[in-house]
Design a protein around this ligand. Sequence first.
Ligand code: MIC
Ligand code: SF4
Length: 643
Amino acid sequence: MAKTLTEKILGAHLLEGEPRPGEQVAIKIDQTLTQDATGTMAYLQLEAMAVPEVKTELSVSYVDHNTLQMGFENADDHRYLQSIAEKYGLYFSRAGNGICHQVHLERFGVPGKTLLGSDSHTPTGGGFGMISIGAGGLDVAVAMTGGPFWLTYPRVVGVKLTGELNDWVAAKDVILTLLKMLTTKGNVGTVMEYFGPGAETLSVPERATITNMGAELGVTTSVFPSDRVAKAFLEAQGRGDVWQELAADADAEYDRVVEIDLSAVEPMVAQPHSPDNVVPVREIAGLKVDQVCIGSCTNSSYKDLATVAGILDAKAIAPNVSFVVAPGSKQVLRMIADDGHLAKLVAAGARVAEAACGFCIGMGHAPASEAVSVRTSNRNFKGRSGTMSALVYLTSPETAAVAAWKGEFLDPRDAGIPYPRVAVPATFTVDDDLISHVHDPDAEIVRGPNIGEPPTNVPLPDELEAEVTLKVGDKITTDHIMPAGPRLKYRSNVEAYSQFVFEGVDATFAARAKENAAQGLHNVVVAGESYGQGSSREHAALCPMYLGVKTVLAKSFERIHAANLVNFGILPLTFRDAGDYEKLEAGDRLKLENLHQKLRSEKRLTVKNETKGYSLEAAHNLSERQIAIVKAGGLLNYQRSQS
Ligand code: MIC
Ligand code: SF4
């Protein structure tokens, strides 16, 4: 039978389960990646699993998120991660080497392999035919021990690309167009597979922009074929030997096919505060701009930065603009430094930041109050920039560069200057000096005072007495649940980080939840659609668990977050009747009885509202394995009970 590329790669890695959409399957993971903000917890959990070394083909630990080092905490984390890498035989990419996804594409990714990363933008690797999936740190730790990764077997949506992009229109505009069409909701359990003559016209970094920001659709991953374009890219990285040709069969059947004519795509912008709030740039032309930030794992390749330098060549940025450029990797920074593009950026007025996530995760460069900030990154959730009142717009590097020059939004096609077309280099400067790979099983693990123990959980009680401690609306992101920015430094210390759960939504939540737990009362969070969208940070489950949250009752959940809730023993329940969401209020006392047997025998549960004196029906779609994990109080407890 004809197969999609996704089916071929998943098929070659299938360990358990029926490869039918919606079924739970286990796959073998060839490669893993972690970054420092999720990595410390992943490795603390790996340590708890007591294996002598990692069992994957390749595992890399990157430091790219917390690099500001305002205080000892981040540096302590880096040192801990380096010592762990030595002990377990991981590759270690030091601070300064770049953003995990960009570096992985350049130096480690291999077409046809599976990659599991503790970061939601891991699908960047789909740019050359890898099945690369984002997950919580605990799932990645299990994969490092050689354990399988469980996922819902996806339905595969084909994206047929025809035509060719016009000057001034970029890969970013393609994914923004798709986000406008499909939105951030309702795509859970899907893989987006790109094909068609238009796909052949896109370079690997352009394809990677599309698969990277595919994360904002809420899909499992996105993938392009591995063709001669992929071959040329890998050869230019000195890694031609890992290339293999991979594509869907010509008559492969997709769940459905979306067609995009690249020549009809126009410059687009995602307006505040959601990546799917997309309109053509022309519609907001003239809007004054205060800050422009170029970079992030979506748009920080050599081509992106060289294009921006070409646009700003011999020009100065507008006086009202603060202009930040953060290269994606040391390779990119070295190449633009060596060939003069960096000098053009500096001459134009760029504030050059280090090769790291930086502004994208609110690590510096917070905009002024109510500022309009134009960014080439992938998320514009309220407050993520570090400034609650800022208005963040997401665009291509082309549109952002023109905005920096003009001081206002302008469709770059109307700028009246020639388009500086940049080709992918025939050879990239390979410099892996900031990557180490030393394996010493006797290496001492270095822990600073910021490295806490991962908290443990107790098994799920058979009967839950709980309070609705918080009621929230639709599209609550993991940035709402567990803020990053200045709070990121507490990632290795759950007790300290837990104080900030839902900080921007209801700053009293953490104290109230803790107080309830101290009195033996459990906490329930009630939510609308797409709860847990965005980041893979397992702290958005781990810290609520620490505060005594036992259940989240929502209209719907995003994939990675739902898996994280289960991994930490929190029961994700959905409303059978969405109308019940309206009736529940914060402060209501709820009771769930006979849970153990009910979970196993039925897909529905009765929730008694003791305050209001009525019952409502909730549903779950947990597999038997997931039920066992929740009952055990999380995956670590479950694994211990199995061995
Ligand atoms: C993000 O873009 O939100 C992050 C920071 O990279 C996260 C991971 C994290 O929270 O550490 C992600 O996308 O998974
Ligand atoms: Fe880093 Fe931003 Fe990419 Fe997340 S989205 S990995 S914070 S650059």
